[in-house]
Ligand binder design. Structure first.
Ligand code: AMP
Length: 363
């Protein structure tokens, strides 16, 4: 196993808050961070040793970046996977391009999950108004039409029911290829973040419950209030996927828990995840430190939690509430340093630490 020792430089593709929190977690272990981003003055750059600002397909800039770092990881998925392939010629990238390629496309991702014998909501590929009408007959009456690529935080999604005018909706949606998914009547939305290193050491975090507002994560309750049998089922799914892809890094898996106890996988992210932000303040090893450990070939840290936690995203103008929470001794405030509090923009989060758990469920 190749060990990238403290003192080395970790390259992060993406300049947002996840890159910022990776850099903040890398520093105590003695690593420097270089950011590759297409935005100037992004929140990751405020805390990183160096930033290259260039387009994600700028080969020359990618080569320059690759020569200056010891390992590369990424903090978001909308990067051309060919760029990761370019980097891989010079430097080790963890996770590699194959996992990114699967997660970038909802159809590829759902095919991959089903091939492993893990369930998802029923879905069909949509390429025209005609295929939408055909798919609706088998998947309807309540469905969601999503873009196959480049959709995130509920963007590019349309709810469809008996009253929808399919042809008009398709023509106005203006998506190249879409995916029609059956609307799932879930009991809870949960997620599991799992880490694996090159040596095959693998550790999941406890499943958490996620509450969304307008398709965007609003609150995470950690751990999720679910039976131990469901915890084990969710972990089983995470172990299976991470083994199959020989994960090196972090993988977040969003799931729908049905009333009958079945679990359907919604989507995966090959990086730190918003539903893991609570781990910074409530776990022995945060998801960001765990990523650093995994990609640098270090032993993974304990995912035990020493407090229950409620994480609340501060979106847009919500950021103003830091003034109230700064007085609360049980809350930890994280502000991402973004200049403009635009509507829908993730500006920060608060982790409210609840009470020490009586007992910890060990993986
Ligand atoms: P996604 O971008 O796929 O994570 O979707 C954002 C949110 O929309 C999810 O977290 C769910 O709250 C909701 N959602 C997405 N797909 C479905 C589905 N098939 N059934 C019910 N709710 C869904």
């Amino acid at each position: 196993m190749k060990i990238i020792k403290p003192g080395s430089t970790i390259g992060v593709i993406g300049g947002g808050q996840l890159g910022r929190m990776i850099a903040l977690a890398a520093a105590p272990l003695g690593y420097k961070t270089h950011i590759f981003t297409d935005i100037k003055n992004g929140s990751a750059s405020h805390v990183a040793a160096k930033t290259i600002v260039a387009n994600y397909d700028d080969k020359k800039a990618l080569e320059r970046f690759a020569k200056n770092v010891d390992v590369v990881t990424f903090e978001f998925e909308n990067i051309p996977y060919e760029s990761i392939k370019t980097l891989e010629k010079t430097v080790v990238v963890r996770p590699g391009w194959e996992l990114l390629h699967i997660c970038q496309n909802r159809l590829r991702e759902k095919d991959f999950i089903n091939e492993l014998g893990i369930k998802t909501a029923p879905y069909k590929e949509i390429t025209s108004a005609k295929t939408l009408a055909q798919a609706y007959k088998t998947i309807g009456p309540k469905c969601i039409l999503k873009t196959v690529e480049f959709g995130y935080d509920g963007k590019g999604q349309h709810i469809i029911d008996e009253n929808s005018r399919l042809e008009k909706l398709w023509n106005e949606a203006k998506m190249g290829t879409g995916i029609l998914e059956k609307m799932v009547d879930f009991d809870k939305e949960i997620s599991v973040i799992i880490a694996r290193n090159e040596g095959g050491e693998v550790i999941p975090y406890i499943p958490v419950e996620n509450i969304h507002k307008n398709g965007v994560l609003d609150i995470t309750l950690a751990p999720a209030e679910i039976d131990l049998s469901i915890v084990e089922k969710a972990w089983e799914i995470a172990y299976k996927i991470s083994e199959k892809i020989q994960l090196v890094g972090l993988l977040a898996i969003e799931m729908f828990l049905l009333k009958n106890g079945d679990i359907l996988v919604n989507e995966m992210a090959p990086r730190p995840h918003n539903s893991g932000h609570w781990t910074i303040d409530a776990c022995i090893t945060s998801q960001f430190e765990q990523l650093v450990r995994a990609v640098c070939g270090l032993p993974l840290g304990s995912t035990d939690y020493y407090s229950y936690a409620i994480m609340k995203n501060l979106i847009g103008k919500d950021i103003e509430s830091w003034k109230e929470f700064i007085h609360d001794s049980d809350s930890k405030i994280h502000i991402y340093g973004k200049k403009e509090a635009r509507e829908g923009r993730k500006m920060g989060h608060i982790t409210h630490l609840v009470v020490p758990p009586d007992e910890i469920i060990e993986p």
